[in-house]
Design a protein around this ligand. Structure first.
Ligand code: LLP
Length: 428
């Protein structure tokens, strides 16, 4: 995490901005992102693909971090987008990502969403079923458009990641079986409203267990592409999905060069451009969740450090048993004696636990802590559970920083609700 350093007087500093300064301005909890790290990681991925001799485009998976400022940084650095909803499509466009660099994935695109994708004339729609292919064709024909459609296949490989985020097993809801793909692709080519442009695959997320699953998936897709071509069907490109994992703790970290090598091994000899849809690898390490200690509590069995961020902000530990690094922000924190603590939020669930048995110094109320690697699937997955307002978001860029999303206000938190007319209104 080259953007995080510890200074003798300022404590933890992101790029050139002390996190304590950000807490003064933005309050806590707040998400803080490093623009430099976003650019650096996008660049590293691009170099790895270039180095493998691949003609590749990178389409950031907006679901990982839909913050407009984050998207704008990536757009300015040349990234396209992978979107899965109307909201994400609108966010990508609002951040200046051209429609010609947007791919629309997802198993449940609605007619309204498909209409918008066609009206915007985005680069590509990844169809996930025969049923969806027919729906896209009918809609496109009715609108007098031609939809560029890639067929997402399910390669039936095991990415050996958390069961909740594995997507490439035959039993999962995603894509069509490879054995069904040739007939369906031929059907796509025959439909008036559809221009088949290729094959897409995505086998899961936070893949750290080596490249075997990627290699197996790309080998299957490569064989499929050869079969389609032999049948005289046009294939313009392959969408290789996302999923490259990051080391949250001490997992082996696959390098982008390894992924590029796996793509080249399976698809290199096809001579086709490839697309990548990374989310976590680009944004995860670029963000922290900055929180304050509310108080320490001596429990019957544990020392608890209660912070002002909760599972409604960062749900990954509760949802996936995920481990996130955690650093006290204060400069003196490193020299103080450490003892194990349970780090918990204020939400009324035992699952609202960020860390167990974590070695921490004595923490005074108001002491700042940073949860690391929170730039992907952090703010993106937060909710207002326990009626806690959505946290602020801050972008750091060198010595500059800006609040790029205000903390949600309490009026906004209750906005849109009304009582039915037959209930007596509350008196004072
Ligand atoms: N493409 C498709 C079609 C996807 O479904 C996903 C992620 C990606 C790309 C990006 O995957 P990435 O490079 O970020 O691994 N909330 C979970 C992760 C869910 C991933 C869903 N799909 C978590 O916090 O671990």
């Amino acid at each position: 995490r080259p953007h995080l350093t510890r200074h003798a007087f300022d404590g933890l500093v992101m790029e050139e901005v002390p996190l304590a300064r950000i807490a003064e301005v933005a309050g806590t909890p707040s998400w803080v992102y490093s623009a430099g790290t976003l650019r650096r990681r996008l660049g590293a991925l691009r170099r790895a693909l270039d180095g493998a001799g691949l003609a590749a485009t990178i389409h950031f998976a907006v679901k990982a971090n839909p913050c407009l400022a984050v998207l704008r940084v990536l757009a300015a650095a040349g990234a396209g987008a992978d979107v899965v909803s109307e909201g994400e499509l609108r966010a990508a466009r609002a951040a200046g990502i051209p429609a010609s660099a947007i791919v629309f994935s997802g198993v449940g695109k609605t007619e309204r969403e498909l209409r918008l994708a066609l009206a915007e004339d985005i680069l590509q729609i990844n169809a996930e079923s025969a049923e969806e292919v027919e729906a896209i064709a009918a809609l496109a024909a009715a609108l007098g458009r031609t939809a560029r459609v890639a067929l997402r296949v399910n390669p039936d490989v095991d990415a050996r990641t958390h069961a909740k985020i594995t997507t490439g097993r035959g039993e999962n809801k995603f894509g069509v079986a490879i054995s069904d793909a040739p007939a369906l692709y031929a059907r796509m080519a025959a439909l008036a409203g559809i221009e088949p442009v290729g094959v897409a695959v995505h086998i899961g997320s936070q893949i750290t267990a080596g490249m075997a699953a990627y290699r197996a998936a790309y080998a299957k897709v490569g064989a499929l592409v050869r079969e389609l071509r032999a049948a005289g069907l046009p294939v313009a490109r392959v969408d290789c999905g996302g999923g490259l994992g990051i080391p949250y703790r001490d997992e082996p970290a696959p390098l982008p060069e390894a992924l590029a090598g796996a793509i080249r091994a399976g698809l290199g000899d096809l001579g086709l451009p490839v697309m990548l849809e990374p989310g976590r690898w680009i944004a995860g390490p670029a963000g922290v969740l900055l929180a304050s200690v509310v108080r320490e509590k001596r429990g019957a069995a544990h020392r608890f450090v209660v912070v002002d961020a909760g599972m409604n902000d960062l749900v990954r530990p509760a949802m996936y048993e995920a481990w996130h690094g955690m650093l006290p922000v204060a400069p003196e924190a490193l020299v103080a004696p450490l003892s194990p603590a349970e780090v918990v939020g204020p939400v009324c669930e035992t699952g609202d636990t960020f860390a167990r048995g974590r070695a921490l110094p004595a923490m005074q109320p108001g002491a700042l802590v940073a949860f690391l690697d929170a730039g992907a699937y952090g703010a993106a997955m937060s909710s207002t559970y326990n009626l806690r307002p959505l946290a602020a978001e801050v972008l750091v860029d060198g010595a500059r920083f800006a609040v790029v999303r205000d903390r949600q206000g309490y009026d906004a938190l209750l906005a849109g609700q009304r009582l039915p007319p037959w209930l007596a209104p509350p008196q004072e």
